[in-house]
Design a protein around this ligand. Structure first.
Ligand code: ADP
Ligand code: MG
Length: 574
């Protein structure tokens, strides 16, 4: 008797399981299936992504449903269209030997009338996204008033995405005697409250520690200056030539621009975010699955549906705002028993976030160094040699060999190898030969800053900047300008902004000082140096002028002024 049989599964499912090649049940399956088969009970099951939750509810659901009756008996709610389709496919696979069982997917972005037709033909199981489900209920296209089982899959993600209202409204159309099974990777407050409100005495099962990241994932961070994020990303990619990764950015705009830069720089990259049409997103996902894309740059929302098993690296180009979101991100790798690495490109001001994440995932991050140029060149060289060694010979080349041999006749083997490798390797070598070290020390100040010793470590810091009203700024647009250049700064991180005629003052917490001074070293706008320095006048007002690095240009000149808004003339002197 095999392990699945011991759980109480019947012939039809066992044959399908054999076809799929599952040998032993995963932990969540082992725990959930016997309970769900033997009892009519509610259940809350917590298990990380990639632990086989679909089968944990799918097997018992299929076994318990009466396939001879066309009534809709099971409803599965899932956060995204991609997951909805995935679950539907999995269930169809599981049920391939169950005669008469129909599973229908309902999701946005496709014809609602087609989906209604499918439902009408009989669907014992409906797999739906909450939004489209609500729509179809409103239009009387589905009847879920007789269901026996309701499954909330990836409940935490559904609530993250703001589906609370839809879910409670949908559940209000279902009979109260049904059983509700909730599956989730994490158990934030909102999920607990759903469980409390809509379930009675649920059986609880937990796989692994609550809220902990998958064991197969290693967590690393790389401390750099905020403005070096992109360079660091490239190095991480170059140091991992076989990378197959999802790169997470915070906004659609960053997602798009990072992807564009990568493509421009010759990487196999693409963007995935909500401004793309469904069609475009499908195409991107298809290329990703086929490995034509090695770096998929995505927003958190767009990446929710991604279930590609072999992702080697998750790269946090920026950390998410919510700590829980980090868990979802890193869960995209280390799936199906494989190991994976979750990397964070980190600015110093974000170090405390790492501590918060460590508490939640109950694992330590490794502080790693961004690989240096020689290390990358070496990796690339070995990679190239291995690639040559493992390349299958294309017999088509035979025709050309005599001519090629002729050309290369006088070169011996050693020299030939050197030349071949140099052809490919040159690109990396040239790029990296003058590259600087991107690493930042956690403890000490940036050496490059003159007067670094004066920089306060804590409290509030007041700055002087050599642009003011004359340049078209007021306190709001100055804040905007700073935030546009220092991505770490949130709306409330800049305060006490005092815009004078040709210069201004503002404050931030000391945690941002390094980053701000770093970015505004040699900072040029419209050909002019914009200079920020620590103000020696913490009270604000008045102000110190023109001390330090002003490149011999008089930034406080009364004739100065460059137009952010109005152009006040072309030949201003600085
Ligand atoms: P989750 O919903 O927990 O994120 P899935 O149900 O999507 O995980 O399963 C992840 C992958 O593992 C899928 O490719 C699935 O086919 C596979 N899988 C599930 N159960 C088993 C098993 N018992 N043995 C081998 N592979 C399995
Ligand atoms: Mg799942």
């Amino acid at each position: 008797m095999n392990k699945f049989e011991q759980l109480g599964l019947g012939e039809e499912l066992l044959s399908a399981i054999e076809d799929m090649g599952f040998e032993t049940p995963s932990e969540v399956q082992e725990k959930a299936i016997p309970i769900l088969l033997a009892n009519d009970t509610d259940m809350v099951a917590l298990a990380q992504t990639g632990t086989g939750k679909t089968a944990a509810f799918g097997f018992p659901l299929i076994q318990k449903i009466d396939s001879g009756d066309k009534t809709t008996q099971g409803l599965i709610l899932s956060p995204t269209r991609e997951l909805c389709l995935q679950i539907t496919n999995e269930l169809k696979n599981y049920a391939k030997y169950v005669k008469g069982l129909r599973v229908v997917a309902i999701y946005g972005g496709a014809s609602i009338t087609e989906q209604a037709k499918e439902v009408k033909r009989g669907a014992q199981i409906i797999v739906a996204t909450p939004g489209r489900m609500q729509d179809m209920i409103n239009r009387n296209m589905v009847n879920i008033s007789h269901i026996d089982y309701c499954i909330l899959d990836e409940a935490d993600e559904m609530l993250n995405m703001g589906f609370y209202e839809d879910i409670s409204s949908i559940l209000s159309h279902t009979p109260s005697e049904k059983n509700t099974w909730l599956f989730s990777a994490t158990m934030p407050r909102e999920v607990a409250s759903i469980a409390k409100k809509f379930m009675s005495h649920p059986e609880e099962i937990t796989v692994g520690t609550k809220n902990s990241g998958t064991d197969t994932v290693q967590h690393e961070y790389y401390l750099v200056n905020g403005r070096d994020r992109y360079l660091a990303l490239k190095r991480l990619a170059d140091a991992n030539p076989d990378i197959f990764s999802v790169v997470f950015c915070r906004t659609k705009r960053d997602t798009q621009s990072v992807a564009e830069k990568l493509i421009e720089d010759g990487y196999n990259a693409a963007a995935l975010h909500g401004d793309l049409s469904q069609n475009q997103r499908d195409m991107v996902m298809k290329s990703f699955r086929n490995r034509q894309i090695q770096m998929l740059v995505a927003t958190d929302v767009a990446a929710r549906g991604i279930d590609v098993d072999d992702i080697t690296h998750v790269i946090n180009y920026q950390l998410p705002d919510e700590v829980e979101t980090y868990n979802h991100r890193s869960g995209r790798t280390g799936r199906a028993g494989k190991s994976g690495i979750s990397m964070v490109i980190l600015a110093k001001s974000e170090l405390r976030k790492i501590k918060a994440i460590e508490k939640i995932i109950k694992k330590q991050f490794d502080a790693k160094k961004v690989p240096g140029s020689m290390e990358i060149c070496e990796i690339q060289l070995y990679h190239l040699a291995n690639k040559i060694k493992n390349t299958e010979i294309n017999e088509e080349v035979n025709h050309y060999l005599p001519a090629i041999n002729d050309v290369l006749r006088d070169i011996d083997r050693d020299e030939l190898i050197k030349k071949m490798v140099s052809v490919e390797f040159g690109r990396f070598f040239n790029y990296y030969k003058n590259a600087k070290d991107l690493n930042v020390n956690a403890g000490s100040q940036r050496e490059r800053n003159q007067g670094a010793a004066d920089i306060p470590q804590e409290g509030s810091v007041r700055y002087f900047i050599n642009i003011g009203e004359r340049d078209g700024y007021d306190w709001r647009t100055l804040k905007d300008f700073l935030r546009a250049n220092v991505e770490e700064l949130g709306r409330d991180d800049i305060y006490r902004v005092d815009v004078k005629d040709s210069f201004s003052f503002f404050n931030t917490d000391a945690a941002f000082t390094d980053i701000i001074l770093g970015i505004f070293t040699d900072f040029k706008m419209d050909g002019r140096f914009v200079n920020i320095e620590i103000s020696q006048n913490p009270g604000g007002g008045g102000g110190r002028r023109n001390r330090g690095r002003n490149r011999g240009k008089s930034f406080s000149s009364d004739r100065g002024g460059f137009g952010k808004k109005g152009k006040k003339g072309k030949n201003r002197k600085w």
